[in-house]
Structures are given as structure tokens and as C-alpha cells.
Ligand binder design. Structure first.
Ligand SMILES: NC(=O)c1ccc[n+]([C@@H]2O[C@H](COP(=O)([O-])OP(=O)(O)OC[C@H]3O[C@@H](n4cnc5c(N)ncnc54)[C@H](O)[C@@H]3O)[C@@H](O)[C@H]2O)c1
Length: 387
């Protein structure tokens, strides 16, 4: 197979657009040796949104029902960009139909569901991927390499956070992300899973944790037709809906390698349009990252001479993993959409060549275990062990 035929599900949404773009864009940067993809089907349930889909992927079939794409014999890869609560059902149907699956995060509503998906994929020899794109920024490949080569010694402490202010305003409209029926774990599955993906990528498995989750605004006005984070003036006649999943969480965790973690994330941090940061402290050095300087890693090492020690700033560039495919100079900045292009390229390469990649549904399962543990711990108000 030299060309993977893809169906993008939820095609008019934010991720649907980004994934559709990524399949078309990646050969421009990575060349044909990574393979090629053709977006052959776009699935969108909302007829208004679907109206302008055709131009995004010329020649693609436009469908309303995801099951039609799953049953289409001319599709190799099902790409799930649907609301969270559909991920498990659609991924399972796709795997059982013999399709490779690339699923947006969170992989499933529970770890048990994620385990089932990973087992089906393994039994059928299918390629799987979860859409944790942030760690695929080459700056994090460098962080992982520095850790793997022992340059910061044994990791003792991992601190991380991710915040947005989408729901900082108590009058910000209700959307599916706040609905426990459509997004059962709320911010934990939405944003927490991104932080958990960094934990898996940089530190390793989590063995136990204690979490406090909270809802800041129990009811929100319902305004239809708004996208992520969009606001509008209220008329006063809106219906109100209950927020039925967490707005934020604070977590302490322990890793299998003895490191400790301090994590917080929320959608209510007024003024924080997008904040993502981590700090990794080891016995010989440390690493510090913030999304505000998206391709820059701060590295401290005890190997520097006394009196000359301090954090050095490394701007990743063409010498660092996938950066060269995009730009010949450091500090020109790769952004979010490039990480999605890298992700799509890795999925297609893995299908065509069998090259291993991260994160598959195995990693997705561990991340779902962490989500389960957070929800259990918050409910039980105690430490929870991860099997
Ligand atoms: N990896 C990331 O950085 C990232 C970022 C944003 C969202 N996400 C994830 O991507 C997924 C989608 O999020 P989004 O922001 O694109 O949402 P969105 O609301 O913008 O898009 C979802 C789309 O799915 C369509 N849809 C809903 N139910 C459907 C059905 N049964 N059949 C066909 N289409 C249907 C909607 O009409 C909409 O167009 C979520 O799981 C979210 O957690 C991941």
C-alpha cells in the first residue's frame, strides 16, 4: 500500500478541519518516503456545517452517518474527530471492521473501554494512534532525549499545568464539553489527558494519585451555533443547562520510577488564553518548558562550572528530530498545526511501513487509567492506586 484511504469523522469541527489539512499537507514537508494519504470520505452529522465540506478534500464522499464510513470497503483508516462520548463506540466498530484507527483524545470514557480497544487492535494487528499531538513538537523530543541520556539524572519531581479561560466567565455559554453525557470526565479527559500524555512521554507510568476536581459554575446559558470558546451577548431568554463534569483539577501523583508529580489544569483560569508548562527536576539537572515559547527548552545541568550555573535556553531547529522538515532555521517556530501534520505523517508511515510510533492505544489506555483514578479519587477523597 502506498496511499492510505482515510475517512475523517466530525469533519466540520475544529479537529476535523485540522486532520483533513494534515493528511494533505504532510507529503509537502516529509516527501513521499513517509507514504501518502487520500481523504476519501468526510463524515459530518450537522447538515448546515456539512454544506461547504466538498472543497476541503476534492473528490471525497460526504456522509452523514459514521457507520457508513466504517463499513466502506474503500477506507483503510478511520479518523475520529467526534465528541468524546462517541470515541469508544466508533473506534470499536472500526477495529472490528478491520480498519486502522486514529482517535482524538480522550481515547475512551473509561480505562476498561480503552483496554478493550487496545486488545482488539492487537489481536487484529491494526495500527492505532491517539491524538495527543502536543508532545510531538520536536522540542519535547529533545527533552525526552536529554532525560533518556541521563543528563538530568534521576527524575525526582515533575510539575505541570494547563489552563484556559474558556469558562472563566460564569456567563460563557454551555457547550458539549460541559455536558457529562457527551464528555463524561470533563476537563480531566479534555485537558488533563494532554498533561498526562507529557507524563507518559517524559517520565513514565503513574502508580498512584490523589485528585481534587471542581465545578466553578454549576449552570450556564444555552446558545446554539457557537464554536469552541466563542461568546455572544445574552438576550435573557436563554435556557440554562447544568454543568455536569469538572471545570478543573489539582493532582498529586507518584510514578513507577519514584518521581513525584504536582499537576493542575482548568478551563476557568481567567486571562489564560492557553497556558501549558512543565518542569522536570532531576538529581543532576532540570528542564523547564512553557508553551509561550513554543520551541524553546530551558536546560540546567550541574555539569556546568560552579559560578557559571544557570538555565540555558535551547531553541530547537533543523538538528532536532522533525523540525528540519518544516524550517531551515531555529526560532522560526513550529506551531500547533505542525504538530498535527507530524502526527498524521507518523500515522500514515506506521500503516505503510510498520514503524512503531507513540502514542498508540496502549498509551491511550494508561492515560485513561489516570483519568479513571482522578475521577475515583475526587469522589472517594483519597489516594487511588493504578493497577
Ligand atoms: N488533540 C487536541 O489538541 C484536541 C483539540 C481539540 C479537540 N480535541 C478532541 O477532538 C474531538 C473533537 O473536538 P472538536 O473541538 O473538533 O469538536 P467540534 O465540536 O468542533 O467538532 C465535532 C464535530 O463532530 C460533529 N458530530 C457530532 N456528532 C456527530 C455524529 N454522530 N456523526 C458525525 N458527526 C458528528 C459535529 O457536528 C462537529 O462538526 C474531541 O474528542 C476533543 O476532545 C483534541
Amino acid at each position: 500500500m502506498s496511499e492510505v484511504r482515510v475517512a475523517v469523522l466530525g469533519a466540520s469541527g475544529w479537529m476535523g478541519k485540522v486532520h483533513t489539512m494534515a493528511y494533505q499537507a504532510f507529503p509537502q514537508f516529509f516527501g513521499r518516503s513517509w507514504g501518502a494519504a487520500r481523504v476519501a470520505v468526510l463524515v459530518e452529522a450537522n447538515p448546515d456545517a456539512a454544506r461547504d465540506l466538498a472543497f476541503r478534500a476534492p473528490g471525497a464522499k460526504i456522509m452523514r452517518a459514521w457507520l457508513d464510513a466504517v463499513q466502506d470497503p474503500d477506507i483503510d483508516l478511520i479518523d475520529i474527530c467526534l465528541p468524546d462520548s462517541l470515541h469508544y463506540e466508533v473506534a470499536k466498530a472500526a477495529l472490528l471492521a478491520g480498519k486502522h484507527v486514529y482517535c482524538e483524545k480522550p481515547l475512551a470514557d473509561t480505562a476498561a473501554q480503552a483496554r478493550e480497544l487496545a486488545d482488539i487492535a492487537a489481536a487484529k494487528g491494526l495500527i492505532t494512534r491517539v491524538g495527543h499531538a502536543f508532545p510531538r513538537n520536536p522540542v519535547h523530543d529533545l527533552a525526552r532525549q536529554i532525560i533518556a541520556e541521563g543528563e538530568i539524572g534521576e527524575i525526582k519531581l515533575f510539575k505541570a499545568c494547563q489552563h484556559v479561560d474558556m469558562y472563566g466567565d460564569p456567563l460563557a455559554p454551555f457547550m458539549w464539553r460541559a455536558d457529562g453525557a457527551l464528555a463524561p470526565t470533563g476537563i480531566v479527559g479534555d485537558t488533563g489527558t494532554h498533561v498526562f500524555s507529557f507524563m507518559d512521554f517524559l517520565v513514565g507510568r503513574v502508580t498512584e494519585l490523589i485528585a481534587d476536581t471542581y465545578i466553578t459554575t454549576p449552570r450556564r446559558p444555552v446558545v446554539s451555533g457557537l464554536g469552541y470558546g466563542e461568546q455572544t451577548s445574552l438576550t435573557g431568554s436563554e435556557a440554562w443547562a447544568d454543568v455536569t463534569n469538572p471545570d478543573g483539577a489539582n493532582i498529586l501523583c507518584n510514578f513507577a520510577n519514584g518521581a513525584r508529580g504536582v499537576i493542575d489544569f482548568s478551563r476557568v483560569a481567567t486571562g489564560r488564553k492557553f497556558m501549558q508548562a512543565y518542569e522536570v527536576y532531576g538529581t543532576k539537572g532540570s528542564l523547564v518548558y512553557t508553551y509561550d515559547e513554543i520551541n524553546r527548552l530551558r536546560f540546567y545541568t550541574n555539569d556546568d562550572a560552579t559560578g557559571r550555573r544557570g538555565f540555558r535556553e535551547i531553541d530547537v531547529g533543523p538538528e532536532n528530530s522533525t523540525f528540519r522538515a518544516f524550517l531551515p532555521l531555529p526560532n522560526f517556530a513550529l506551531g500547533y498545526n505542525e504538530t498535527k501534520i507530524i502526527e498524521a505523517a507518523e500515522v500514515i508511515r506506521s500503516i505503510i511501513t510498520g514503524q512503531p510510533m507513540w502514542p498508540t492505544f496502549e498509551t491511550g489506555h494508561h492515560i485513561c487509567q489516570i483519568v479513571d483514578a482522578c475521577m475515583d479519587s475526587a469522589r472517594l477523597k483519597r489516594w487511588v492506586t493504578i493497577p
